[in-house]
Design a protein around this ligand. Sequence first.
Ligand SMILES: *[C@@H]1O[C@H](CO)[C@@H](O)[C@H](O)[C@H]1NC(C)=O
Ligand SMILES: *[C@@H]1O[C@H](CO)[C@@H](O)[C@H](O)[C@H]1NC(C)=O
Ligand SMILES: *[C@@H]1O[C@H](CO)[C@@H](O)[C@H](O)[C@H]1NC(C)=O
Ligand SMILES: *[C@@H]1O[C@H](CO)[C@@H](O)[C@H](O)[C@H]1NC(C)=O
Length: 563
Amino acid sequence: MGRFTSLSILSLFLLFPIITQHAKPAMSLPLSTNSRWIVDEEGQRVKLACVNWVSHLEPVVAEGLSKQPMDMIAKRIVSMGFNCVRFTWPLFLVTNDSLASLTVRQSFQRLGLLESIAGIQANNPSIIDVSLIKAYQAVVSSLGENNVMVILDNHISKPGWCCSNFDGNGFFGDPYLNPDLWITGLTRMATLFSGVTNVVGMSLRNELRGPKQNVNDWYRYMQKGAEAVHSANPDVLVILSGLNYDKDLSFIRNQPANLTFAGKLVFEVHWYGFSDGQAWVTGNPNQICGRVAKDMMRTSGFLLDQGYPLFVSEFGVDQRGTNVNDNRYLNCFLGVAAELDLDWALWTLVGSYYLREGVVGLNEYYGVLDWNWCGIRNSSFLDRISALQSPFRGPGLSETKLHKVIFHPSTGLCVQRKSLVDPLLLGACTDSEAWSYSPQKTLVVKGTYFCLQADESGTLAKLGIFCSESNSKWEMIADSQMHLSSKLRNGTSICLDVDSNNNIVTSSCKCLNKDNMCDPGSQWFKLVDSTRSRSGGKSFLHFDSIPDLPGKEFFWNLLGGSI
Ligand SMILES: *[C@@H]1O[C@H](CO)[C@@H](O)[C@H](O)[C@H]1NC(C)=O
Ligand SMILES: *[C@@H]1O[C@H](CO)[C@@H](O)[C@H](O)[C@H]1NC(C)=O
Ligand SMILES: *[C@@H]1O[C@H](CO)[C@@H](O)[C@H](O)[C@H]1NC(C)=O
Ligand SMILES: *[C@@H]1O[C@H](CO)[C@@H](O)[C@H](O)[C@H]1NC(C)=O
């Protein structure tokens, strides 16, 4: 081994910034599809972990620019773990010349939003006197400079809050949705951003809906729109939404979209707690989760099996944690999203709006940023979605390492062991134990003989090596299939649970059905296929550090070469 001279140390320092620059997780764009996965130029999976950024309300300016510089917002998006923005735009931005030619200042002036003008002057002076479309482009480039991918989402036609059945923007033939004008607008937008590499996709139309919606017109116009976008910009993913507020794509099962191009088609779906009214509060969460998840598979989830990527382009909750309907839904949603390893976009980045539905400065409780666009509204919410921000599996991730992780939606963490003697606990899914789930229904730490067991005292979960007893067999029970249940030797059923210190414990199974007053969330787990966490077991002890006692080698091998 050589010695460092002061010169080589100096060159190390000089090299460092270069190395880190090249170590950026820059994927090679454009993206395309490989069966149900979205992949980059190298064929490596790219999981869309996006956040929605609104720019389709009356001012037609990306929200928040009066509160923070756009570069700061872009950097905050990255620091929160998102790799992409679904960036909304109203059709009339590119089809109505008198709107398109307004400057940012004029747009706020006509709405009397003088405070917003002052805020933009202070935080983003470079856009205050440029046209609305130039301001939109500036945000896209700022995101690009920060390696954030962008999906252009045609959210509505006439600028304003979306969506209702009778707002005139719902379906082809509605007062504000002329199909020809829509094609013109899509073509303009696709052309404008052709060659802008961080624009990776276009959502053709948000939440089709209303009394005019029908399947025939869906094919007629969506196929036309898709072809128009593809010929103007063959690099972007073409993202198609379903009927009924983007909840229903069931018709694709019998009639695929007929397109001249391949490898670029993605479907999008929306799924909120309120998509099912108040069902989560009035019903039993296990039963609702079972029913709603099955419904989702029937109306959109089946597309994965048909070989299309499915992008949940809107989901979200009131992040104050006070909406019981939202809270119960979120545990179920996160379980499904992890299990299917879906691409997604959270609603929303927005901490507050310039003007929404007539209210100036409206606070957005579904937003990850706070009212000032400065802090994070609720960091525990971000913790819960962070496991979903990187792929569990897919092209480029070694399938030979396939194993299960035990994901716990209500914390966003996964079951792991600190050591053989300590109780099991929850930890970051990136450090998750690699489990295998056998046909005998045992959960074994891969590469060892240790299986998950219910302690006969009935309160702890532990690892053991005698895995043939009933307390080592785990079944997913209830309509939700999210309780991991086992039986003590005396026949008592118990469920895996989590105590207040995030230790894995067992307790009596709660609110499996009927009861709508209790929340089973702490007992909900998902066995998720993964190839990403470390292979085999984590080493707590090095072989050489164990004293040479008789039988050392035998026991070491029994433990699978790791403790
Ligand atoms: C075009 O935009 C202007 C400014 O917002 C608006 O007054 C006008 O009604 C729009 N025209 C159409 C045809 O939508
Ligand atoms: C698909 O579209 C092509 C032309 O774009 C047409 O010739 C063909 O008949 C269509 N197929 C179906 C099944 O509609
Ligand atoms: C964040 O969310 C959690 C869980 O929903 C909730 O208990 C907590 O009160 C929220 N915190 C804030 C600051 O809203
Ligand atoms: C079975 O054992 C558990 C834990 O020791 C105990 O709490 C429970 O009451 C027992 N059940 C029966 C039916 O004996």
